[in-house]
Design a protein around this ligand. Sequence first.
Ligand code: C2E
Ligand code: CA
Ligand code: CA
Ligand code: CA
Length: 281
Amino acid sequence: AKAAGRGRMVVFDPEMRATELHRVRLEADLAQALERGELHLVFQPVVDLATERLIGFEALLRWTHPTLGPVPPDAFIPVAEATGLIRELGHWVLEQACHTAAAWQRTYPQAQPLAISVNVSGRQLADADLGRFVADVLADSGLPPCSLVLELTETALVDDPARAAADLGRLRALGVRLAVDDFGTGYSSLAYLGQFPVDILKIDRSFVAAITDIEHRSPLVRGMLELARNLGLETVAEGVESAVQRDRLRAEGCDRAQGYLFSRPLDSTEAELQLVNLTGR
Ligand code: C2E
Ligand code: CA
Ligand code: CA
Ligand code: CA
């Protein structure tokens, strides 16, 4: 056994899974990624389904590791959540996203309304300081609160629904909008959805993927859209990759969409070009 930082022990057992070794390494490197400038945001366009007009972007975190290259967020976000580093990373993401969106709004006023969506992990939501931090970032950046969407996964909400509802209520009082992310992938989501003060429901891409060239109908997607309508929620479909999916979602009354059919996530220069195009039209 060998000591590995902060008093934790790592047993170098030949049977040890490669993924665990990898995780320990990521954990140590991630702690320095921010100060080393290895993190950046990309921005995926969100379009209005009826018009296909760009109405905002979702900010997604990217980490370029000095030797491993790009590490997907699905690999490092859980590490950041487990170590508590997500607080610092989450703050950085919020700051970057709000300042970038505010600058875009100032430069391209014709692109209004331009929303920016930021992913917030369950650990961040539980942080008593989150509301104050969001308020500070909005004030510093000058971004109108209604332009900011905070996306929370349902798993982050169902752990302690009463507490989550109170936390959400405080955030929403700031004037920001709240979205339930990856809807349908957690469990007992339906039982709680009506209790959460949220504005937007994001249909997970696994349900969108069920709409295929052979089977255009999807009773699950239809059911979720109907549920959202009954609750007065705006709907966003994720992972739209085909025209068949777009057409079906539009026919079923889904409000907005994002996915490779419209655009992959873009770096800030490419995203800004979308705004130039929008303005020129
Ligand atoms: P998510 O919030 O569900 O983000 C959508 C993911 O779907 C993104 O993956 C995006 O690149 C991908 N995607 C977009 N369109 C399509 C499509 O048409 N087809 C397919 N197959 N995929 C599509 P990404 O960027 O790898 O992020 C993965 C997850 O990591 C995110 O899922 C989110 O849960 C988490 N994440 C990313 N950035 C942050 C962050 O700043 N903070 C937190 N807490 N989590 C983040
Ligand atoms: Ca999201
Ligand atoms: Ca999602
Ligand atoms: Ca997801």
